[in-house]
Design a protein around this ligand. Structure first.
Ligand code: CP
Length: 325
């Protein structure tokens, strides 16, 4: 267990050592138990978290806000479009100023080629920890909650197979931060990862190389595949969600046209039946129901999507308690 996390940023899971991530997962389990038992755990009394959103959210906003209240503190909700950020407040100014009002700054900015740079620029100017609530490359709290859920369902994840697959969606061109960060994290924890997508939906090559290196070090594996059916067959974890062809398409319209070539990439009962008998279905939500995944699967016996969403709360509280004290 690592106890020296006070003041640390969490922008991508690769920023923390495996032991530090294990500490966060252990503390999350303790906090989940405390909440189930009704045991108060006000580790952040009088502390305030600024939550700055450049993009919409349901789970992330609600779980960070609830988590800060349960830790005895407060979270303030700030939207870029209803503040002077829309009129020119810079990342440096935000880091300096919000860092003086608050004990932590959490940011969601998924704009392609902008978000990660912005969060790092705020962190460089901030005197308090900066937490990434999702950028275009990483979604660390989602994937920590995902790993926590896998551990709850299967125990030690080493040697288990996870299928991180693209699926078709029509609602919008979703970020690729979940498949990137999930591939990075699960290869680090010794899982056998099948990264499955049509060719246009490839992930950044340097991050895929990093995941291969993670797998080499952990004893896991990373297999790149382009056949959805083969990717699901025999797997333990089906994690199929959509993302935009962001390395290929020049705009959303072109992205939607490319996605439209693969409308049959839906997780349905037939495909799910080919996974391992005790396989779980995961999705970070929101899902395009009956487009990305059928109701039969997401509401069915293999689905763990509500446990997965709940675990956002516990892992976020753990990281906040460890970093913002
Ligand atoms: N999974 C997730 O981050 O959900 P929100 O976009 O609703 O926050």
């Amino acid at each position: 267990m690592q106890t020296n996390l006070r003041g640390r940023d969490l922008i991508g899971t690769q920023d923390w050592t495996k032991e530090e991530l294990e500490t966060a997962l252990e503390v999350a389990a303790e906090l989940k138990r405390d909440r189930a038992l009704g045991r108060p755990h006000p580790y952040l009394r009088d502390r305030v978290l600024a939550m700055l959103f450049f993009f919409s959210s349901t789970r992330t906003r609600a779980s960070f806000e609830a988590g800060m209240a349960q830790l005895g503190g407060h979270a303030q909700f700030i939207e870029s479009r209803t503040t002077q950020i829309a009129h020119g407040d810079t990342a440096k100014e935000i880091g300096e100023i919000l860092g003086r009002y608050n004990d932590g700054i959490a940011i969601r900015n998924v704009d392609w080629g902008v978000g990660n740079r912005y969060i790092n620029d705020v962190a460089a100017a901030s005197r308090v920890p900066v937490l990434n609530m999702q950028c275009e490359y990483f979604h660390p709290f989602q994937v920590l909650a995902d790993l926590f859920t896998i551990q709850e369902k299967f125990g030690d994840p080493r040697g288990r197979t996870i299928t991180v697959s693209w699926a078709y969606a029509s609602s919008y061109q979703k970020p690729m931060s979940v498949p990137i960060d999930l591939t990075l994290l699960t290869t680090r924890f010794g899982m056998n990862v099948r990264l499955v997508h049509p060719p246009e939906f490839r992930l950044p090559a340097d991050l895929v190389e990093q995941a291969k290196e993670n797998a080499r070090r952990s004893g896991g594996s990373l297999e790149l595949m382009d056949d959805f059916d083969a990717g699901i067959r025999g797997t333990d974890v089906v994690y199929a969600k959509s993302w935009g062809p962001l390395l290929v398409a020049k705009d959303d319209a072109e992205g939607a046209a490319i996605s439209g070539r693969y409308t049959d990439w839906i997780t349905d009962g037939r495909r799910m039946a080919t996974a391992a008998e005790d396989a779980i279905f995961m999705h970070p939500l929101p899902a395009d129901r009956n487009v990305e995944v059928t109701d039969e699967v997401i509401d069915g016996p293999h689905s763990v999507v509500y446990d997965e969403a709940e675990n956002r709360l516990h892992v976020q509280k753990a990281v906040m308690a460890l970093t913002m004290r």
